[in-house]
Ligand binder design. Structure first.
Ligand code: CA
Length: 145
């Protein structure tokens, strides 16, 4: 099958992404995101959503997913945060937003709060609760100023 210009462009985008990131995002058309960890993992079909220019909001939302994955793939389940991974994410990515991120008791408490199903890991839906809290606080703060 001859590749359309769009698919060609998407392949180029995917190649560029592979060069920059240690993670490769593979997503078949119409499917939800699927992750292959590790540099150089070959996507079976390039991410067609990359062809369209994403809006600022879409870009930011994908950014949240990407940050989650950057940490979730490190140890254990590739799509869930261990406590260590959550600690790294919070310390590195939210130092100006969350207080006492270096304090182990705060980390333990945050982890317990987020781990809704108590399986000892934070999946993306549980992580989103943290994102929601951070966004609500940031929004409130903006109106205080
Ligand atoms: Ca959990």
């Amino acid at each position: 099958m001859k590749k359309s210009p769009q698919i060609k462009r998407s392949i180029e985008n995917t190649k560029q992404m592979q060069g920059k990131s240690s993670l490769v995002y593979t997503r078949k058309r119409g499917e939800r995101g699927m992750w292959a960890g590790g540099r150089g993992a070959a996507p079976d079909l390039p991410c067609l959503l990359k062809v369209e220019k994403m809006t600022k909001l879409e870009d930011h939302m994908e950014g949240i997913i990407n940050v989650f994955h950057q940490y979730s793939v490190r140890v254990g389940h590739y799509d869930k945060l261990s406590k260590g991974e959550m600690k790294q994410l919070i310390t590195k990515e939210l130092p100006n937003t969350l207080k006492n991120t270096k304090d182990q008791a705060t980390i333990d408490k945050t982890f317990q709060d987020l781990d809704a199903d108590k399986d000892g890991q934070i999946d993306f839906s549980e992580f989103v609760n943290l994102v929601v809290r951070v966004l609500l606080t940031a929004h409130e703060d903006i109106h205080k100023e």
